[in-house]
Design a protein around this ligand. Structure first.
Ligand code: CA2
Length: 148
């Protein structure tokens, strides 16, 4: 099976590797992109890896993952906890969605325990750092291959 996996990142994730390594690890966003591209390629998929600080742009890309992609791995950053617009966009995609967070959001502040992404997600991975993205790619690859 070949196909396109969108891997979308929300606000402030461009800062990875520059600050707060105790929470988010030492990987830069570019390191993460390379790891995701390698993982997807090894499984026979193409990775489309993007980051934005804009909610509207993220909504547009989520829509694009439904029209031009086969699956979505999403770390919506802080919009996870605030954005009904992202939930509505996810519900309209029709592709498998894995929600990913680098940190264990449930071991952090109460406001991070609620997610507007989770109700529309096939699965959720958090607290495993960059490895969580690779596990999410594994998961969607498995789902897509099973549905062939
Ligand atoms: O753990 C995650 O992946 C989060 O989605 C990251 C978001 C946070 O708001 C979520 O609650 C959990 C924040 C991303 C900020 O990333 C930074 C990276 C380095 C330095 C500063 C911020």
């Amino acid at each position: 099976m070949s196909g396109k996996i969108f891997i979308l990142n929300g606000p402030n994730l461009n800062l990875l590797g520059t600050r707060e390594p105790d929470i988010y690890g030492a990987l830069t966003l570019d390191d993460l992109r390379q790891a995701c591209e390698r993982k997807a390629e090894a499984l026979g998929f193409e990775a489309v890896f993007r980051q934005t600080n804009s909610e509207g742009e993220l909504v547009g890309w989520i829509q694009e993952s439904g029209t031009d992609g086969d699956a979505l791995v999403l770390n919506a950053g802080a919009y996870t906890h605030t954005s009904v617009a992202i939930l509505d966009a996810l519900k309209a995609t029709g592709v498998p969605v894995i929600e990913v967070h680098l940190s264990n959001v449930f071991a952090r502040e109460q406001f991070r325990h609620n997610s507007y992404v989770s109700p529309a997600a096939t699965g959720v991975i958090c607290g495993l750092g960059g490895a969580g993205y690779e596990l999410a790619i594994d998961a969607v690859a498995g789902i897509l291959k099973k549905g062939e």
